[in-house]
Design a protein. Structure first.
Length: 229
């Protein structure tokens, strides 16, 4: 009986912690993405470093460090990645408590151009997640990106473009340990932004993303730099 009561209190506490998120308060994500293709090679590396804040600055949501090895088969128009991510997640509000996650992931990136101006990218990602105080978990992700240049016909230097994406997250299992469960639907992210191509190697974007989970939904400002090294 005491064991069942402990599990119940754990589930209630876990849910309550996320229900306290202030959905009316806009957060902010600061992101750096990089991509390096080794000279005269089909191999490279890519990744991103992100600081996410519940309120803009001063209340850390997440610190995410992610990098992977890429392989682009000749003439295939696709890039595969095998990578690792380390994520530190903070609680909303005054609490300074955090928990850690190590993550291995595999992804496939399919760029596609429609007409003269529509740049589509499909990203499929499979994650193996080792979350602190939880059982081993997996997750499936699909992201559809769309970039549309406004003052140029292509994403060339000095181009201003509209950037959109929508990403769906599906959990691979519902049980996460100690009687706790999550739903198969994990979250959805919808983004609208404006971008500027500084050079063939650097782009900047400013946008707004709405993230919805089972328990809460929240808007996030996003500031990102995209760097082809």
């Amino acid at each position: 009986m005491r064991h069942r009561l402990f599990i119940l209190l754990t589930i209630v506490g876990f849910s309550a912690g996320f229900s306290q998120v202030d959905e009316s308060q806009t957060g902010a994500w600061y992101m750096y993405f990089y991509n390096l293709r080794f000279k005269d090679s089909l191999w490279g590396i890519q990744g991103d470093f992100q600081y996410r804040d519940w309120q803009g600055l001063g209340d850390m949501e997440q610190l995410l460090l992610r990098s992977g090895v890429t392989f682009s088969p000749k003439g295939a128009g696709i890039m595969f990645t095998l990578g690792y991510a380390n994520i530190t997640t903070g609680q909303f509000g005054e609490s300074d408590s955090t928990f850690n996650e190590s993550r291995i992931y595999q992804e496939a990136l399919f760029p596609q151009k429609l007409g003269n101006r529509f740049y589509l990218t499909h990203r499929f990602r499979y994650e193996q997640r080792f979350v602190e105080n939880q059982d081993f978990r997996t997750r499936y992700r699909y992201n559809l990106f769309l970039n549309v240049p406004l003052n140029r016909k292509a994403l060339t230097q000095k181009a201003i473009y509209i950037a959109l994406y929508n990403e769906l997250f599906i959990n691979g299992q519902t049980g996460i340990g100690d009687g706790r469960e999550v739903q198969l639907f994990d979250r959805n992210r919808t983004y609208l932004g404006i971008g500027y191509v500084l050079s063939s190697k650097i782009r900047f974007q400013l946008g707004w993303m709405n993230q919805k989970t089972v328990n809460w939904g929240k808007g996030q400002l996003q500031f990102s730099m995209h760097h082809n090294i």
